[in-house]
Design a protein around this ligand. Structure first.
Ligand code: HEC
Length: 142
């Protein structure tokens, strides 16, 4: 049977545009909380999610607090980024009032992927590591 024209075009296109994954490739690299996730959360999220300025009841200072979640309940479900509000709010477009961070500069796509992979890989966060808001943080109402 002769292949139809659209099928041929699609076939050619996928030859040049798509890379086939090789079975046995290593999984996505392990995300390092201390050097990758912590700086992102501290610089982009902590200013509004710590004990002195607690938006939506969500405190991201320690793992225990972060795991407790906020007003909507748990925001990190280890192993399940798509059920984790902490990841989902990063993917929302800025037309959404709950997109995070709620500033014109969103997070980079790479950073969104980082949070995704970190949660997927179990959301490791050593219990003794406390996150702090940026150095120049001032209470918005002061
Ligand atoms: C400028 C302040 C500000 C910053 C920065 C900020 N948030 Fe928020 N966050 C808020 C506010 C305000 C809400 C409540 C939004 C609403 O529902 O009206 C919120 C809500 C949330 C919620 C929902 C919590 C719940 O239980 O409903 C999550 C998750 C969240 N933020 C994560 C983040 C993350 C992750 C970052 C960093 C990438 C971040 N936020 C940065 C102010 C901020």
């Amino acid at each position: 049977m002769k292949a139809s024209m659209p099928a041929v075009i699609l076939g050619l296109l996928s030859l040049v545009a798509c890379t086939q994954l090789q079975p046995g490739l290593p999984p996505d690299e392990a995300v390092d909380f201390l050097s990758e996730v912590k700086p992102l959360l501290e610089s982009r999220c902590l200013e509004c999610h710590h004990r002195r300025y607690l938006c939506a009841g969500l405190n991201l200072e320690t793992k225990a607090l972060a795991m407790k979640g906020g007003r909507s309940g748990r925001v990190i479900i280890p192993g399940a980024p798509h059920q984790s509000l902490l990841y989902r709010v990063l993917k929302l477009g800025h037309e959404s009032p709950v997109a995070m961070p709620p500033t014109p500069e969103g997070v980079e796509l790479e950073e969104v992927k980082l949070v995704h992979d970190w949660i997927l890989q179990g959301a490791h966060w050593p219990a003794e590591v406390r996150l702090v808001p940026p150095q120049d943080w001032k209470h918005p109402r002061s």
